[in-house]
Design a protein around this ligand. Structure first.
Ligand code: SF4
Length: 367
């Protein structure tokens, strides 16, 4: 039986970096392999973050690349293969070729626990591999389990089974917990409601039960004798992430730092809201302007990719976007939007405003 591998992917974003710090601090005995999928098109700040993390972890972060053996950057290699057709949110060949395929090759058929840095204040689910030998765990959330595990565990058809195997374990849930477990899911009592109530009643008992349940399955965790995260009841939100990065000395990736600009005698700040390729089509117009003004050489490279007629954004070329009147308009609209959103939000962070679309995009690229 092959040994279960514990993996943590570093995207270059704040959340996966903070997760690496958290896991080292809280679970130093877990033998975690850290990796990053390098597209060859990240900002320098990302590579700097990875170096800082390596120093902090005292361990190499393994660099995975698509198009191994090619003499070009992985992105350029595949772009040529696709005849210059730029990726987009509807045709995201980049994520598959540059992130998912190299990761799945690295894993092979080994049973793997993959730790994912979705925060406790996020709604999205994150990347769950279709390969049955890869199991995702979410240490920052109250519910550390992936949706597929929860669905199986809480299925109405599994209620009898769970109640029976409790008898065979040393776990002793209280009466309320047992009542909740026995309650069927229905339109009036959804899976999410049942899950929340169980977690609120006793998260550690819930985790211990799920772990025992997994022993009867072929999930990678069924091969582990113990799993220390069953005792984890931490919930980490955005503030905690920044604190971990700052207090560890690893630092917040520089592209999150706000830069000032002024337009029509009004002052504003902008930054980039996520990691990933500098030309990523998920970025907002104001982030393209940020790239143009803060990393002009990178912007120029992004423009070169549009020479074959494909564009990064629908309906606007980068050449059009940098017309002075267009930049002015983007900044004005952004400031207005920011004012509007800030009125309804208590968070002091610019990225709360920039990252309306944080849930959008690829968990492999941005967490
Ligand atoms: S960061 Fe954007 S462009 Fe790069 S691989 Fe991910 S989705 Fe594609």
């Amino acid at each position: 039986m092959s040994k279960v591998r514990h993996l943590l992917g570093i995207s270059g974003g704040k959340d996966s970096a903070a997760l690496a710090i958290y896991m080292k601090e809280k679970y130093p005995h877990l033998d975690i392999e850290y990796y990053t999928c390098d597209t060859g098109k990240e900002l320098d700040e990302t590579y700097e973050l990875i170096r800082n993390l390596e120093n902090y972890l005292g361990k190499e972060i393994i660099k995975l690349q698509g198009a191994e053996g090619s003499n070009e950057d992985p992105f350029d290699h595949f772009l040529k293969m696709y005849g210059g057709f730029l990726p987009s949110s509807n045709a995201r060949w980049c994520t598959k070729k540059l992130k998912l395929d190299p990761f799945e090759k690295f894993v092979g058929d080994d049973p793997v626990i993959s730790y994912v840095g979705i925060r406790g204040d996020e709604e999205r689910e994150g990347y769950i591999s279709k390969k049955s030998n890869i199991q995702s765990i979410f240490p920052f959330r109250k519910n550390i389990w992936s949706e597929d595990v929860i669905r199986k565990f809480l299925a109405n058809s599994n209620i009898e089974n769970v109640l029976e195997f409790i008898e065979k374990t040393e776990i002793e849930p209280d009466g309320r917990f047992i009542d909740l477990l026995g309650q069927e899911i229905s339109l009036a009592f959804t899976q999410q409601q049942k899950l929340n109530l169980l977690l609120d009643t006793d998260v550690k008992t819930f985790n211990a039960l799920v772990f025992s349940f997994l022993k009867e399955t072929s999930y990678p965790l069924s091969k582990e004798k113990d799993f220390p995260l069953v005792d984890n009841d931490d919930i980490l939100i955005r503030d905690d992430i920044f604190k971990l990065l700052e207090e560890s000395g690893v630092g917040v990736p520089a592209y999150y730092k706000e830069k000032e600009f002024s337009i029509n005698e009004k002052k504003g700040t902008y930054a980039r809201s996520r990691s990933g390729c500098f030309f990523c089509f998920f970025q907002q117009k104001i982030e393209w302007v940020w790239l143009y003004e803060q990393h002009p050489e990178r912007f120029e490279k992004a423009m070169e990719y549009e020479k074959d007629g494909y564009t990064w954004m629908q309906g606007e070329t980068l050449q059009d976007l940098i017309r002075p009147e267009r930049i002015k308009q983007i900044k004005e609209e952004y400031l207005k939007r920011r004012e509007r959103i800030a009125k309804n939000k208590k968070s002091p962070y610019l990225i709360d405003i920039l990252d309306d679309a944080e849930g959008e995009g690829c968990a492999s690229c941005f967490i």
